[in-house]
Write a protein that binds this ligand. Structure first.
Ligand SMILES: C[S@@+](CC[C@H](N)C(=O)[O-])C[C@H]1O[C@@H](n2cnc3c(N)ncnc32)[C@H](O)[C@@H]1O
Length: 263
């Protein structure tokens, strides 16, 4: 269910920290839980969102699970004294040590395939009345991602890059409803497009460079990488032109869901 593991650069990823945090807080605002005993921040990354969960549920036993040692190291270093059990592991094989009152997963599950099995499997890790709260980018049909594919398919790098291009991992809203609702007392699903305003030259390239584009760049040697980046940058500049004030508007679609299991 897990795709090939990706290397993460916490410094680059956190460059856009405020824009990446906003959807996590929008999701958190919809979690209908007061007092809980156990939660997991699934794919906690550099521990940016975990302190917000800990603040809401101060007495809960908290797990921050991630597959990346670099991200976990950063999470631990940036949150001294936070009462969280940081654990390295793959979500695809994860079973909660005890049933969880909340599994919160922000910007993670689109890195895994096989959602039809994964989402019910996560629901089975919940205690009665527990909540699965998920946010995933749903940007795969938007220019930032279609142009990346287009550039990857057309050049001397194509043979190297093609195997690294993933099919869109996020399913339709109705599919998630069908997978979750037989196990749930309630399911809420919604999408939001954030009009992200980025600064600097080639800002969209910079944004995707810390996530979806990263494995492609890492697969190429320096000269091919520079050439591929230049081709992609030109395409992205046309799709997302820099505005007169120097900023770039980067609309970004995200899917959210909150499923509550019966009490
Ligand atoms: C985009 S970051 C989001 C981090 C954090 N949830 C946040 O909102 O700041 C995605 C994280 O998912 C983790 N991840 C991706 N696939 C994973 C898997 N199969 N198992 C565990 N963690 C995974 C990555 O290591 C990375 O830290």
């Amino acid at each position: 269910m897990s795709s090939a593991p990706q290397n993460w650069d916490p410094g680059h990823y956190l460059k856009f920290q405020d824009l990446r945090l906003r959807p996590a807080l929008d999701l958190l605002a919809r979690v209908p839980l007061a007092d809980i005993q156990r939660f997991t921040d699934l794919g906690c990354g550099a521990g940016t969102v975990t302190p917000y969960l800990c603040k809401l549920w101060q007495n809960a036993w908290a797990i921050g699970l991630d597959s990346s040692a670099e991200m976990l190291h950063r999470a631990d270093a940036c949150n001294p004294g936070l009462n969280v059990h940081w654990q390295q592991g793959d979500i695809a094989d994860w079973s909660a040590p005890q049933p969880q009152d909340l599994i919160f997963s922000n910007a993670v599950l689109h890195w895994l395939d096989g959602h039809q099995n994964l989402f019910p499997q996560l629901m089975r890790q919940l205690a009665p009345g527990g909540v699965l709260a998920v946010q995933m980018p749903n940007q795969f049909a938007e220019p930032s991602h279609t142009l990346m594919r287009e550039a990857a398919f057309d050049g001397p790098w194509a043979e190297v890059l093609k195997p690294l291009l993933r099919e869109a991992p996020v399913a339709r809203m109705g599919d998630y409803y069908d997978w979750l609702s037989p196990m749930a007392a309630s399911v809420e699903i919604w999408e939001t497009t954030y009009a992200q305003i980025l600064d600097g030259e080639d800002a969209v390239l910079d944004w995707i460079g810390s996530t979806a584009l990263k494995p492609l760049l890492e697969a190429l040697d320096q000269s091919l990488r520079d050439e591929f980046k230049a081709v992609l940058a030109a395409k992205l500049r046309k799709a997302y032109p820099q505005r007169q004030d120097g900023s770039t508007l980067f609309p970004f679609r995200r899917m959210f869901m909150v499923a509550v299991v019966p009490a």
